[in-house]
Design a protein around this ligand. Sequence first.
Ligand code: PMV
Length: 301
Amino acid sequence: MITCSAPGKIYLFGEHAVVYGHSAICCAIDIRTRVQVEKCDSIVIESVLGRTGIDHDIHPYVSRVIEKMQEHAEFKGLRVRVDSKLPVGSGLGSSAAVTVAGIQALNHLFGCGLQLEDIARIGHSIEKEVQGNASPTDTYVSTMGGVVMIPQRRKLQALDCPIVIGNTGRFSSTRELVANVAKLKGEFPEIIDPILEDIGSMSAIAEEYVNRKDYLTIGRLMNVNHGLLDAIGVGGPELSALVYAARNSGATAAKITGAGGGGCMVALADENSAQRIAKAIRDTGAEALITRNTGEGVRLE
Ligand code: PMV
């Protein structure tokens, strides 16, 4: 029996702008999805979503992982168990984490010899098949861990501060939000294009501050990034409530992470303020998680 796990991620900078080729900075977080695999007579996939065989409706990612890995190893039966601490569909990269952890678990079980770059690439192709279109960001960060500049795939210094995540609990469709931004951009390119360029420049400027571990400056820039995301229409009342609750209780920074609309926001904290920020988020009725950056991408448990 083999167990592998992979982390989720947050965006420090650059969501939406990255869709148009601008830079973003992503950070792997220490909230992981575990995938346990063992050989057996038939294919069984177990998770909180149920117990199925290959099933593209209930277990789309794991089903594709099994099918794809049949190109690298010969097997008929398999038992796969998924246990995730990442909230599903909230922009924290739960689908990428289950995909890359699944690929690595089968890679170990059958000795396929896949390297990390292969895992990130196969993971991205699976996300694309399931979602229609997906950026390589989530699968890359989940595979490699750390803090990564996208699309350059450059590793930056680790982030050494507590990260507080607030989850509005409201489903947000990445596809829809990306389409809304595209529509706005199509209508008002003179206004929206410079905003997206500014977000990209912010990532480029922030790289140096991340590498210097200057969290106050990173935080100030993240707050500007939040304002620009709001400006392009991916904010919302629930996200704003959490962002301001976090800032008012001492967060160095608070912004949307991911597609926006609903989903999650992220705050940078210091060792003394993390609990207070999480409480302020919970007091609004939302869910809060305290985590940290992890340097460990996909790993064998
Ligand atoms: O909410 P998530 O984790 O799916 O992130 C979406 C990030 C976008 O930049 C809006 C889209 C993308 O594919 O990069």
